[in-house]
Design a protein around this ligand. Structure first.
Ligand code: FES
Ligand code: FES
Length: 136
């Protein structure tokens, strides 16, 4: 299978590989697996006081397309709000990387991972938000 230049670029020079402390208050963690192939992707976001994603990191145990999808995604979500980040579609990733049909699920994994990271952040902040409302 021929990988596109963009996939190879992200695969050979992945951006933002690593992780944050998942117990850090400013961090949201998404961990998802692809049933089709068993690959696993962990994506984390670091959110500032204004609700903007200021940093993102990933660790992907998977194919080149999955690594490229998560690498690209960490670049895309920086500077976005949680709302904007959770609206990123796998089709945008697949298009940017020119993924062939058999590799579409790799980009789905990335979409699932960012959605999971945003939900995790929101869940962990649900209580804090309630407390703020009460004290306001
Ligand atoms: Fe996931 Fe290829 S099937 S690594
Ligand atoms: Fe399964 Fe890419 S994530 S082949």
């Amino acid at each position: 299978m021929a990988y596109s230049d963009k996939v190879l670029d992200h695969y050979e020079n992945p951006r933002n590989v690593g992780s944050f402390d998942k117990n850090d208050d400013t961090v949201g963690t998404g961990m998802v697996g692809a049933p089709a192939c068993g690959d696993v992707m962990k994506l984390q976001i670091k959110v500032n006081d204004d609700g903007i994603i200021e940093d993102a990191k990933f660790k992907t145990y998977g194919c080149g397309s999955a690594i490229a999808s998560s690498s690209l995604l960490t670049e895309w979500v920086r500077g976005k709000t949680l709302e904007e980040a959770s609206q990123i579609k796998n089709t945008q990733i697949a298009e940017e990387l020119a993924l062939p049909p058999v590799k579409i699920h790799c980009s789905v994994l990335a979409e699932d991972a960012i959605k999971a990271a945003v939900s995790n952040y929101q869940e962990r902040h649900g209580e804090a938000a309630e407390a703020e409302k009460k004290s306001a």
